[in-house]
Structure formats: C-alpha cells, structure tokens
Design a binder for this molecule. Structure first.
Ligand code: DX5
Ligand code: ZN
Length: 218
C-alpha cells in the first residue's frame, strides 16, 4: 500500500500573501500543494487561474496538484502545464470527452487526474483507467471550503479502489477532510488527503504544522 500524502488546499490560505502561505505550509509538512481553480460556471465560485499559479510556483519545490473546476478545461490545459502544474485534474462532468482531456494532459508531459462530484458514479472512468494517474473523489459539492464530509463518498472510495486494482493510480479525497474523517477515508482506500480549512486554521506556520500532524497521526 502507498504512503498517505497530505495535500493542503490553498483555497483556505490568505490570498494576499499566497507565496508566503505556500512556503509556510511546505515547511509545515505538506506533501503536495493542492490548487483549486474555479470558473464561476462549472462551480458557483471564482478563485484563480494559471497566471497566479505561475506567480507562486517558485515558493515550493513540492508537487503542484491542480484541480480544475472549469468547463471547458481543454483550452486551458497548456496554460496550466506551462504555469508549473505537475498533476492536472479535470472533472468528468466538465465535458463530453474525458478520454481526450486525459490524453491531452499526458501529451503535455503532466500526470492526468480525473475528479468526480459526489453524485457521479465511478463507472464513468472505467474505460479510461489506463490513461489516469490520479482519481480525485469529491466528498463535498465543489465550490467552497469548509463544508461537511458527505458520508456516501466512503462507499465510492471502496468501489474505486477495487476498480483500480493493481494499477499505479493515486486515490485522492477532497472536501471535509479533518482528523475526525481522515481515518475512515484512508481505511476505505484513499492515499492522498486534500484538506483546506483543517490545515489553514490558526493562520501561522506553527498551527499548520500542528494541523497537518493531527491529520497524519489520526
Ligand atoms: C472544494 C475544493 C476543496 C476545498 C476543500 O471545492 O475542491 O479542495 O478547498 O476544503 P475543505 O478541506 O475546507 O473542505
Ligand atoms: Zn480541490
């Protein structure tokens, strides 16, 4: 089994000092930096795009895990690759041609991720598994940080884990991950935990380290 990784979502960081926040969370023990890109169309909120990611990329050498909550995604994939994304994740619901999007991401030399909303069944990725490096299962309806974990995500994690089998695919869970929910999420089969509000509460590197450790030790 793969080691459990923690990917703080910078959605909950202070955008006024984003590069410092990334440095702080890196020093506090983050494994990946999770970037939530929202377009006000696919989800009811707007965050940031490739220029911001490019501007803060130098703040950490860790993996930039870019979660695109945008539709369409294909016209922007090259921009996110050029901005320094290591993993680019698109939503299966964001367009009719998931297979094409996944091929496009790999053609840019990046790891290809697919995300599923809480209501989307896992079978939509069944025929693309060989093109996928990461599956990001939403355990809240995407758009906002600080929402509660939707329990039906656990059954989906188990089913996806079984579907993936021995393939080298990360299973990441996003939304409502806290020291309370993390143990069940890992037990169900996830190996990457996204956490926004649970990591960034406290507002200092010291609290980020305490918060990350609390999730890791849970
Ligand atoms: C939700 C985003 C998440 C979110 C998680 O739309 O994709 O990454 O920031 O936030 P928390 O951990 O606060 O639920
Ligand atoms: Zn996310």
């Amino acid at each position: 089994t793969r080691p459990v990784l923690i990917a703080p979502s910078i959605l909950s960081a202070d955008f006024g000092k984003l590069a410092d926040e990334i440095r702080a969370v890196d020093a506090a023990g983050a494994d990946w930096i999770h970037c939530d890109v929202m377009d006000g169309h696919f989800v009811p909120n707007i965050t940031f795009g490739a220029p911001i990611i490019k501007a803060v990329r130098g703040a950490s050498k860790k993996i930039f895990d870019v979660h695109l909550m945008i539709a369409p995604a294909d016209p922007y994939l090259a921009d996110f690759a050029a901005a320094g994304a290591d993993i680019i994740t698109v939503h299966a619901e964001a367009g009719p041609h998931l297979d094409r999007s996944l091929q496009a991401i790999r053609a840019l030399g990046k790891k290809a991720g697919v995300s599923l909303n809480p209501s989307t069944p896992e079978n939509v990725i069944e025929y693309c598994l060989d093109r996928i490096d990461l599956i990001l299962l939403m355990s809240v309806n995407p758009g906002f940080g600080g929402q509660s974990f939707i329990p039906s995500a656990l059954e989906k994690i188990r089913r996806v884990k079984a579907m993936v089998g021995a393939r080298p695919i990360d299973i990441e869970v996003d939304g409502g991950v806290t020291p309370e929910t993390a143990p069940e999420v890992v037990k169900a089969g996830a190996n990457v935990l996204v956490a926004g509000s649970a990591v960034f509460k406290g507002g200092s590197e010291k609290s980020y380290a305490t918060n990350i450790a609390a999730i890791r030790n849970a």
